[in-house]
Design a protein around this ligand. Structure first.
Ligand code: FDA
Length: 306
């Protein structure tokens, strides 16, 4: 109920204006590296002493073509910087197709594909990779089609699948082929019962079934969860299917369980941190609040002390 309310608020202009004007900087800073490329590069440099990184230039639900083009330009300059700073072998980028105009009424999917293609070209030029985030279930088919199209030229493009969706075991089977990079997460969007598991236990069981498919397949599973039980199961399955620690990644969000991240890295595991930056932090921030009631309590205390 609380999660649904927060996720609905994430799409409200009124809540957005109130939150953006509020004194929430310390909490936002926990989850977002900063608003500038310099801030993202500095954070990436620190993290890459023991972990890998995927950088997300924040943005979603773009409403005009100019915004989509500006985002492509921002990714291109980010990628150039990663190359110049010698970070491209440890840092890739993540993109959201809605930020590239996927939902624009005219030619949205084509505009998003062309934009993502330009980002892939810039990534290839510096020798790194791109992973395409997954948004709500209304976009799953379009997003997977775009990933397939991109993979014709850039076979290393990563896909994201969400265990909360009932369809995802089938998608894992489709995407577990040689070289296929698949990031498996639980899913951050409020989805209807008709397409999604609604209880945490069902989402977790689905996650394990999906993990088995990916770990026994021939791609690179990217295990995106902070859930210690699922991390332990992933490590166990990797061993069972003869994968070395180089043959899969554990992935977590910037600011979430940082001690677990460094601890796993110290044990020799490949840990990648999802590092968002930029001014468009509202939707991302609200999803992080929705994931954990304790974040909300902190948020409420900040609100009352205004
Ligand atoms: P769960 O929510 O059960 O949390 C397990 C534990 O982790 C909690 O008990 C708590 O300790 C800690 N934790 C989790 N979230 C926290 C938070 N916000 N603040 C503080 N502690 C927290 N989703 C999506 O729909 N599309 C996508 O493309 C992506 N991409 C993505 C990339 C990466 C690298 C990660 C790690 C996650 C995503 N997600 C995502 C988000 C994902 O779907 C999910 O909402 C969150 O990871 C939370 O789920 P957990 O698996 O961590 O489990």
């Amino acid at each position: 109920m609380l999660r649904s309310t927060l996720l609905a608020a994430a799409r409200s202009g009124v809540v957005r204006a109130a939150v953006e004007a509020g004194p929430f900087e310390p909490l936002v800073q926990r989850f977002v590296a900063g608003t500038t490329v310099d801030a993202a590069i500095a954070a990436a440099r620190t993290i890459t002493t023991d972990r890998l990184v995927t950088v997300d230039h924040l943005g979603e639900d773009t409403t005009d073509r100019a915004q989509a083009d500006a985002l492509v330009a921002a990714y291109r300059s980010l990628l150039r910087r990663l190359g110049d700073e010698g970070l491209a072998d440890r840092v890739e980028v993540s993109v959201k197709l809605s930020a590239f105009g996927q939902r624009l009424p005219r030619d949205g999917e084509k505009i998003a594909l062309d934009s993502a293609r330009q980002v892939c070209e810039a990534a290839a030029a510096v020798g790194t990779t791109v992973t395409v985030d997954m948004e709500d279930h209304t976009t799953t088919d379009a997003t997977l089609t775009t990933v397939r199209d991109l993979r014709l030229d850039f076979p290393w493009v990563g896909a994201v699948l969400q265990s909360q969706l009932r369809r995802t075991e089938g998608d894992c089977r489709d995407l577990a082929g040689p070289g296929s990079r698949v990031r498996l997460c639980k899913g951050a969007y409020d989805e209807p019962e008709s397409v999604a598991y609604r209880s945490a236990a069902e989402v977790d069981l689905s996650y394990v079934r999906c993990l088995k498919i990916l770990m026994s397949g021939r791609g690179l599973p990217m295990v995106a969860t902070h859930d210690p039980r699922l991390v332990a199961i992933a490590r166990h399955l990797a061993q069972r299917y003869g994968r070395s620690v180089r043959d899969y990644e554990l992935q977590m969000l910037y600011g979430v369980r940082p001690n677990a991240q460094t601890d796993l890295a110290a044990r020799g595991l490949q840990v990648r941190v999802y590092l968002p930056y930029g001014t468009e932090w509202f939707g991302y921030f609200m999803r992080r609040l929705a994931e954990r009631p304790a974040n909300l309590a902190f948020f409420a205390r900040s609100l009352m002390s205004r």
